[in-house]
Design a protein around this ligand. Structure first.
Ligand SMILES: [Zn+2]
Length: 528
């Protein structure tokens, strides 16, 4: 069984009562918009979207809510942000910091829009929401009261689960300082069931400086926020979350998930949502959690791959397996090949079709409302060759490879794929994917007498060919190889060297057939 179907079975088991009653299940995930959203965040977004997709497929009512967190304090400065201009805002909540572009509502606007641009083309069911308005509307008031009333219990949970010792006068709340507007610098020192007393401390945190203001204020309706592990639990209750997974860092023993789960159940009286841990996406072997600073953004990743292939990348492996991605290596060609293989399984072109592969292909489709159409697609390697050959017409070569004319949908699939392949060749592809047809035979080519004999014989045979196709050329090469009794490598390798100045390349019969018959035959006959 496909791993996500197995997880949805578990969800059905736990929430059978809600499902029977027709109560919609709430799936949730979030990202703090303190900078460009990192590619690592895509895994969680896509996994939650996938669960929602499968629930809907099973006719189970659900909403997948994704929080664009605009309420956290700015506690770090991304390298691409002007520190002179934005340094003064450190410690303020993100929604209160000016945007980077004209017309932006606040600092988070551009990052949120960029993330949505990266994610929306995948067609996942997602309801985007911002956190700030929920605080302003008083949705967190009840949990704020509960947290303040149970400050000691929360301190004990931190201590028991993670060993983190909080001072006896620590309250689980941060107010927005009415004088300097910062939230990271305030310490709540008392609570009289209506108002809190607080101090905006100069050296409370390393990354921001408070103004020294002391006072009392109401902590409700958006004037204060809960610290994040308490807030995580509060969100479950406020939003009514049923299902929420998290990256493996949160699931470590004594980690934030365990703290939040206990606060949720013991302080807020709300059951921990159904959840599981998912592994990271590793870019070029480096581990990248969503908070990691290096590497590429979600949008840059989305620009590299067609939406269905990006979705496929994120769902084909079980959630607890890391995904390794090397944008400048063979990962992308292999990914397209694997997608095509899974399509073969789905359309029963494979002698022993495997249900898991077929399911991965089906779920990766962007439009889940209709059955996937069985389209002929050009393989990545062939396509990467054709797009680099100025003398070749893409549709013509495709029709030759398919052995019949392409349908309109096949043509648009071909051009879509070609666009991504072309971009990859121009920007990231390793040398062994770059091809230039050679006008002259490389001067350093050294051939044995046997090789020369085989190649000139091949040249003659190719010159006589009545039909010039990949298959007929391929056939002649194999016959020559047998007649001349020469090992495959000794005839294939010089062909690549002669025509591409490389020792390997695309399928040899096919690539020779993309050139003029008399040119190929002539060049081989005159080899010396
Ligand atoms: Zn202050």
């Amino acid at each position: 069984m496909f791993w996500a179907d197995d997880i949805v079975d578990q969800i059905e088991e736990r929430f059978h009562k809600e499902i029977k009653e027709g109560t919609p299940l709430i799936v949730r995930d979030e990202k703090t918009l303190s900078g460009r959203v990192h590619v690592g965040s895509l895994r969680g977004i896509i996994l939650h979207g996938l669960l929602s997709q499968i629930l809907t497929e099973r006719k189970i009512k659900n909403t997948n809510m994704f929080e664009l967190n605009d309420n956290d304090p700015m506690d770090g400065m991304p390298t691409y942000i002007d520190e002179k201009e934005y340094g003064q805002h450190m410690g303020k909540p993100l929604f209160a910091i000016p945007g980077l572009n004209e017309g932006d509502e606040n600092f988070t606007t551009g990052f949120g829009e960029e993330l949505q641009e990266a994610v929306n083309p995948m067609g996942l069911p997602i309801e985007w929401y911002h956190l700030r308005p929920l605080y302003e509307a008083g949705k967190f008031n009840e949990t704020i009261t509960q947290a303040l009333e149970n400050a000691e219990a929360i301190r004990n949970i931190y201590l028991e689960v993670s060993g983190g010792q909080k001072a006896d006068d620590w309250f689980p709340l941060n107010v927005i300082c009415p004088t300097c507007g910062k939230i990271g610098t305030t310490k709540v020192t008392g609570w009289d069931s209506k108002e809190v007393t607080f101090e905006c401390k100069k050296n409370y945190v390393k990354w921001a400086e408070g103004c020294g203001h002391q006072g009392t204020m109401s902590p409700f309706d958006g004037t204060a926020t809960l610290p994040w592990k308490v807030e995580w639990a509060a969100k479950w209750k406020v939003i009514g979350v049923n299902i929420e997974a998290a990256g493996k860092d949160h699931y470590a023993a004594g980690g934030s998930r365990e703290v939040a789960a206990r606060i949720s159940e013991e302080v807020f009286g709300y059951p921990e949502p159904f959840g599981f841990l998912y592994e990271w996406l590793n870019i070029k072997g480096r581990s990248m959690s969503s908070s990691g600073g290096i590497g590429i953004s979600a949008k840059e990743m989305a620009d590299l791959l067609p939406p269905k292939i990006l979705k496929f990348l994120m769902i084909r492996k079980e959630q607890n397996q890391p995904i390794d991605f090397d944008p400048g290596g063979r990962t992308i060609p292999n990914l397209f090949d694997e997608y095509d293989r899974c399509a073969d399984h789905y359309f029963n072109r494979h002698p022993e079709s495997y249900e898991g592969y077929a399911r991965a292909y089906a779920l990766a489709q962007v439009d889940m409302t209709k059955e996937p159409e069985d389209l002929w697609e050009m393989r990545f390697q062939a396509l990467s060759f054709v797009v680099q050959m100025p003398h070749l017409d893409l549709e013509e070569e495709a029709a030759k490879l398919k052995d019949s004319a392409l349908s309109d949908n096949e043509k648009s699939a071909l051009h879509e794929r070609a666009e991504y392949v072309q971009k990859w060749i121009e920007t990231l592809a390793p040398e062994d994917f770059k091809f230039v047809i050679q006008d002259t035979t490389p001067s350093d080519l050294e051939l044995s007498d046997k090789q020369k004999e085989a190649l000139t014989t091949l040249g003659e045979k190719l010159g006589d060919l009545k039909e010039w196709t990949g298959e007929t050329v391929h056939d002649k090469i194999h016959r020559t190889k047998e007649e001349c009794n020469i090992p495959p490598k000794e005839i294939f390798q010089p062909i690549y060297q002669i025509f591409l100045d490389r020792t390997s390349g695309p399928q040899v019969g096919w690539f020779l057939s993309t050139m003029k018959q008399e040119d190929v035959a002539g060049k081989l006959q005159n080899i010396r």
